[in-house]
Write a protein that binds this ligand. Structure first.
Ligand code: GLN
Length: 203
Protein backbone atom coordinates (compact mmCIF):
# COMPACT_ATOMS: atom_id res chain seq x y z
CA UNK A 1 0.00 0.00 0.00
CA UNK A 2 1.35 3.38 -0.92
CA UNK A 3 1.48 5.95 1.83
CA UNK A 4 -0.16 8.63 -0.31
CA UNK A 5 -3.93 8.20 -0.50
CA UNK A 6 -5.73 8.81 -3.78
CA UNK A 7 -8.46 11.38 -3.29
CA UNK A 8 -10.88 11.99 -6.13
CA UNK A 9 -12.71 15.20 -6.81
CA UNK A 10 -16.11 14.81 -8.47
CA UNK A 11 -15.30 16.68 -11.66
CA UNK A 12 -18.43 16.79 -13.81
CA UNK A 13 -19.31 20.22 -12.42
CA UNK A 14 -18.17 22.69 -9.76
CA UNK A 15 -14.98 24.24 -8.40
CA UNK A 16 -12.82 21.20 -9.03
CA UNK A 17 -9.42 22.79 -9.58
CA UNK A 18 -9.30 24.51 -6.18
CA UNK A 19 -9.93 21.22 -4.38
CA UNK A 20 -7.31 19.38 -6.44
CA UNK A 21 -4.78 22.05 -5.49
CA UNK A 22 -5.69 21.87 -1.78
CA UNK A 23 -5.56 18.07 -1.68
CA UNK A 24 -2.23 18.10 -3.44
CA UNK A 25 -0.88 20.60 -0.91
CA UNK A 26 -1.68 18.24 1.99
CA UNK A 27 0.06 15.28 0.36
CA UNK A 28 -2.75 13.39 -1.35
CA UNK A 29 -2.69 12.11 -4.91
CA UNK A 30 -5.60 14.17 -6.24
CA UNK A 31 -7.49 13.10 -9.36
CA UNK A 32 -10.60 14.35 -11.15
CA UNK A 33 -13.45 11.81 -11.21
CA UNK A 34 -15.68 11.77 -14.29
CA UNK A 35 -16.03 8.03 -14.89
CA UNK A 36 -16.74 4.97 -12.72
CA UNK A 37 -13.22 3.59 -13.32
CA UNK A 38 -11.72 6.75 -11.85
CA UNK A 39 -13.99 6.43 -8.81
CA UNK A 40 -12.77 2.88 -8.26
CA UNK A 41 -9.21 4.13 -7.83
CA UNK A 42 -10.18 6.46 -4.96
CA UNK A 43 -9.55 6.04 -1.23
CA UNK A 44 -11.68 9.12 -0.59
CA UNK A 45 -13.73 11.65 -2.55
CA UNK A 46 -14.47 15.36 -2.47
CA UNK A 47 -17.73 16.69 -3.90
CA UNK A 48 -17.16 20.39 -4.57
CA UNK A 49 -19.33 23.48 -4.57
CA UNK A 50 -21.29 24.18 -7.72
CA UNK A 51 -24.92 23.47 -8.49
CA UNK A 52 -26.36 20.38 -6.87
CA UNK A 53 -29.24 19.88 -9.32
CA UNK A 54 -26.84 19.95 -12.28
CA UNK A 55 -24.42 17.65 -10.47
CA UNK A 56 -27.11 15.03 -9.94
CA UNK A 57 -28.25 15.15 -13.54
CA UNK A 58 -24.70 14.92 -14.89
CA UNK A 59 -23.89 12.07 -12.52
CA UNK A 60 -26.88 10.19 -13.96
CA UNK A 61 -25.91 11.02 -17.55
CA UNK A 62 -22.33 9.84 -17.03
CA UNK A 63 -23.36 6.65 -15.16
CA UNK A 64 -21.67 7.82 -12.01
CA UNK A 65 -24.73 8.19 -9.78
CA UNK A 66 -25.26 4.57 -8.77
CA UNK A 67 -21.52 3.78 -8.40
CA UNK A 68 -21.23 6.83 -6.12
CA UNK A 69 -24.19 5.69 -4.03
CA UNK A 70 -22.74 2.23 -3.76
CA UNK A 71 -19.28 3.45 -2.70
CA UNK A 72 -20.89 5.67 -0.05
CA UNK A 73 -22.89 2.69 1.22
CA UNK A 74 -19.66 0.69 1.33
CA UNK A 75 -18.07 3.32 3.58
CA UNK A 76 -16.06 5.54 1.21
CA UNK A 77 -14.91 8.69 3.04
CA UNK A 78 -16.50 11.68 1.30
CA UNK A 79 -16.10 15.39 1.96
CA UNK A 80 -18.85 17.58 0.49
CA UNK A 81 -18.63 21.36 0.33
CA UNK A 82 -21.69 23.55 -0.32
CA UNK A 83 -23.42 21.83 -3.28
CA UNK A 84 -21.44 18.76 -2.18
CA UNK A 85 -23.11 18.96 1.24
CA UNK A 86 -26.49 18.96 -0.50
CA UNK A 87 -25.44 15.91 -2.53
CA UNK A 88 -24.65 14.02 0.69
CA UNK A 89 -27.82 15.04 2.53
CA UNK A 90 -30.64 12.53 3.00
CA UNK A 91 -33.23 15.35 2.88
CA UNK A 92 -33.35 18.67 0.99
CA UNK A 93 -35.65 21.65 1.53
CA UNK A 94 -36.15 24.12 -1.34
CA UNK A 95 -34.78 21.63 -3.83
CA UNK A 96 -36.24 21.27 -7.29
CA UNK A 97 -39.20 18.88 -7.55
CA UNK A 98 -37.07 16.16 -9.15
CA UNK A 99 -33.89 16.80 -7.16
CA UNK A 100 -32.01 13.63 -6.28
CA UNK A 101 -29.19 13.34 -3.80
CA UNK A 102 -26.67 10.61 -3.16
CA UNK A 103 -27.51 10.75 0.54
CA UNK A 104 -25.67 9.11 3.40
CA UNK A 105 -25.75 11.99 5.88
CA UNK A 106 -28.77 11.91 8.18
CA UNK A 107 -29.39 15.65 7.84
CA UNK A 108 -31.93 18.03 6.34
CA UNK A 109 -30.36 20.89 4.40
CA UNK A 110 -32.05 23.99 3.07
CA UNK A 111 -30.73 25.07 -0.31
CA UNK A 112 -29.73 28.71 -0.83
CA UNK A 113 -30.67 29.29 2.81
CA UNK A 114 -28.38 32.25 3.36
CA UNK A 115 -29.14 33.58 -0.10
CA UNK A 116 -32.47 35.12 0.72
CA UNK A 117 -30.93 38.42 1.82
CA UNK A 118 -27.40 38.19 0.45
CA UNK A 119 -25.87 35.76 -2.00
CA UNK A 120 -22.64 35.39 -0.13
CA UNK A 121 -20.92 36.39 3.07
CA UNK A 122 -17.84 35.52 5.07
CA UNK A 123 -17.18 34.96 8.73
CA UNK A 124 -14.79 33.41 11.22
CA UNK A 125 -16.07 30.28 12.89
CA UNK A 126 -14.89 27.69 15.39
CA UNK A 127 -14.41 24.20 13.97
CA UNK A 128 -14.20 21.04 16.09
CA UNK A 129 -10.68 19.60 16.00
CA UNK A 130 -8.96 22.81 14.86
CA UNK A 131 -7.18 25.47 16.90
CA UNK A 132 -8.37 29.03 16.43
CA UNK A 133 -11.01 30.00 13.91
CA UNK A 134 -11.63 29.14 10.26
CA UNK A 135 -12.41 31.87 7.76
CA UNK A 136 -15.58 30.60 6.13
CA UNK A 137 -16.79 31.81 2.74
CA UNK A 138 -20.47 31.14 1.98
CA UNK A 139 -21.72 31.39 -1.63
CA UNK A 140 -25.46 30.75 -2.14
CA UNK A 141 -24.91 28.26 0.63
CA UNK A 142 -27.19 25.67 2.19
CA UNK A 143 -27.52 25.38 5.93
CA UNK A 144 -28.31 22.35 8.04
CA UNK A 145 -31.81 22.52 9.50
CA UNK A 146 -31.91 19.20 11.29
CA UNK A 147 -29.43 16.49 12.23
CA UNK A 148 -30.09 12.87 13.13
CA UNK A 149 -28.75 11.28 16.33
CA UNK A 150 -25.62 9.88 14.68
CA UNK A 151 -24.46 13.23 13.33
CA UNK A 152 -21.75 15.31 15.00
CA UNK A 153 -21.96 19.08 14.57
CA UNK A 154 -18.51 20.46 13.68
CA UNK A 155 -19.29 24.16 13.22
CA UNK A 156 -21.98 26.80 13.62
CA UNK A 157 -22.21 30.40 12.47
CA UNK A 158 -20.77 32.57 15.24
CA UNK A 159 -22.74 35.82 15.05
CA UNK A 160 -25.20 37.95 13.10
CA UNK A 161 -28.71 36.99 12.04
CA UNK A 162 -27.78 33.37 11.35
CA UNK A 163 -25.89 32.85 14.65
CA UNK A 164 -26.00 29.24 15.81
CA UNK A 165 -26.87 27.82 12.40
CA UNK A 166 -25.15 24.49 11.72
CA UNK A 167 -22.69 24.75 8.82
CA UNK A 168 -20.44 21.70 9.21
CA UNK A 169 -21.22 18.10 10.19
CA UNK A 170 -19.73 14.64 10.32
CA UNK A 171 -21.30 11.19 10.35
CA UNK A 172 -18.86 8.30 10.21
CA UNK A 173 -16.72 8.68 7.08
CA UNK A 174 -18.86 11.52 5.68
CA UNK A 175 -18.11 15.16 6.38
CA UNK A 176 -19.72 18.26 4.91
CA UNK A 177 -19.42 22.03 5.11
CA UNK A 178 -21.83 24.72 3.88
CA UNK A 179 -18.86 26.93 3.13
CA UNK A 180 -15.91 26.68 0.75
CA UNK A 181 -12.66 25.74 2.51
CA UNK A 182 -10.98 25.39 -0.88
CA UNK A 183 -11.04 29.09 -1.77
CA UNK A 184 -8.62 30.23 0.95
CA UNK A 185 -5.03 29.30 1.66
CA UNK A 186 -6.05 27.44 4.81
CA UNK A 187 -5.78 23.71 4.08
CA UNK A 188 -6.53 22.47 7.61
CA UNK A 189 -9.97 21.01 6.89
CA UNK A 190 -8.64 19.18 3.83
CA UNK A 191 -5.79 17.89 5.98
CA UNK A 192 -8.23 16.61 8.62
CA UNK A 193 -10.12 14.77 5.88
CA UNK A 194 -7.03 13.27 4.25
CA UNK A 195 -5.58 12.21 7.64
CA UNK A 196 -8.82 10.45 8.39
CA UNK A 197 -8.79 8.67 5.02
CA UNK A 198 -5.27 7.45 5.74
CA UNK A 199 -6.15 6.23 9.24
CA UNK A 200 -9.26 4.35 8.12
CA UNK A 201 -7.92 2.94 4.87
CA UNK A 202 -8.13 -0.84 4.71
CA UNK A 203 -6.09 -1.63 1.60
N1 GLN B 1 -26.89 26.86 -4.36
C1 GLN B 1 -26.11 25.77 -4.86
C2 GLN B 1 -26.92 24.48 -4.96
O1 GLN B 1 -28.04 24.46 -4.62
C3 GLN B 1 -24.87 25.55 -4.01
C4 GLN B 1 -23.96 26.75 -4.08
C5 GLN B 1 -22.51 26.42 -4.02
O2 GLN B 1 -22.09 25.25 -4.06
N2 GLN B 1 -21.69 27.44 -3.96
O3 GLN B 1 -26.43 23.48 -5.38
Amino acid sequence: MSHRPTIGVFALQGDVREHLRMLDSVGARAIGVRRPAELEACDGLVIPGGESTTMSKLARTFDLFEPLRQRIKDGLPVFGTCAGMIMLADRVEDGTADQETLGGLDITVRRNAFGRQVDSFEGDIDFVGLEGTVHAVFIRAPWVEEVGPGVEVLARVGGGQAAGTIVAVRQGPLVATSFHPEVDDDARIHRLFVDRVVSTRTH
